[in-house]
Write a protein that binds this ligand. Sequence first.
Ligand code: BG6
Length: 466
Amino acid sequence: MFPQNFLWGGATAANQIEGAYNVDGKGLSIQDVMPDGLQTPPTEGPTDDNLKLEAIDFYHRYAEDIALFGEMGFKTFRFSIAWSRIFPRGDEDEPNEEGLRFYDRVLDELEKYGIEPLVTLSHYETPLAIAREYGGWSNREVINFFEKYCRTVFERYKGRVHYWLTFNEINSVLHFPFFGGLEGTPEEVGPQKLYQAVHHELVGSARVTKIAHEIDPNNKVGCMIIAVPRYPLTPNPQDALKALDKSHDDLAFGDIHCRGYYPGYYLRKLKNLGVELDITEQDRDDLTNTVDFVSFSYYMSVCETADPAKDTAGQGNIVGGVPNPTLVASEWGWQIDPVGLRIIMNEYWDRWQKPLFIVENGLGAKDKLVDGPEGPTVEDDYRIDYLNQHLVQVGEAVEDGVEVLGYTTWGCIDLVSASTAQMSKRYGFIYVDRDDDGSGTLDRYKKKSFDWYKEVIATNGESLTK
Ligand code: BG6
């Protein structure tokens, strides 16, 4: 069912696991001023209630954590490099050696267990100085800062990292501009500035794709987008058109990364919004450096309606849409749809004919630590069920002929949530003793799903229950 060499593993992001936010020369990133995730506007500076400042202290416990990933049989581990560890402000000439050394150590551990690194270059972690002093990605100069940072890590980790992702969920900046270092809501920022920032990110992504290939022809670079099947709420063609229009907002990012130019529907949208992009000849040339594969996160599907009376956008997520009456939702209102994963995989493959990599999928749930025969554990059958159902659909997509490189569950070890900045929204196979108020020992415990996933990997998916 699953291809040989399928890259099974787990995924994380620096700001959600590392902690050590001001250690060994690290500069502040936008996450250090987002104590409530997306729930409230960013603060002036770091505040004590921000769980990400310490997170799960992966910075000091990486060896123990990677040993557990090794024990599960991970073939790959997705993590991000914190840009502000390497260039604390983003605009320096020289990198911070201590920051580079940390990732050397992480790579050493991964090599011990034969785990292939999958590295995100920018996972909602723009250095704060770039946001506050340069206007974030709305400033063209930031492309050069990003290029310098990427060149530095491509050269440093040459031959040790082969899979790179440029921007995590690059389409999310349209919903939450501060991810790109722009202060304010999309309405406050306004379409002209927002889409210019998006353009700069797209050029940056393409430019570093080219550089990655030049530095090491064995490098494989992927874009990373939020995948959301958008179904029409009713058979009314107006609902179908709305679903198409909203899907285009996501698909544009894949189209540009895979084709190397802006699609017509996107240009029309910009025109309707009154946006006039500053695009140079160099930009157009850069954009032609297309990706090797398409990676995406998948958590939910939504419905779209053209009827304003039924449009209750924003059901606990940043992707909009309205609830699907046939589906149930997680405790955080994310609607669970395993078949939607098969559908979107087919759609992406049909459209782009590039290998896919599912780099995030999982269930955020409240876990209860209980006594087990070998010590504290969590009986997380709900998580096993969720992952099993989704993986069965990945298998179906493989049977449909979709080429898939691998699958990494989100938050393979409990981490701080991105949207709500909570510890209690847990995704892991490994429980971390830390609570929303910051208390806890940070000790790690294996959940029931730990052994389950280990078996799935060992059998290359044969142990999944259809
Ligand atoms: C994705 C992000 O949006 O979803 C992750 O890439 C994030 O950083 C994940 O953690 C799950 O979202 P949340 O809000 O439950 O942490």
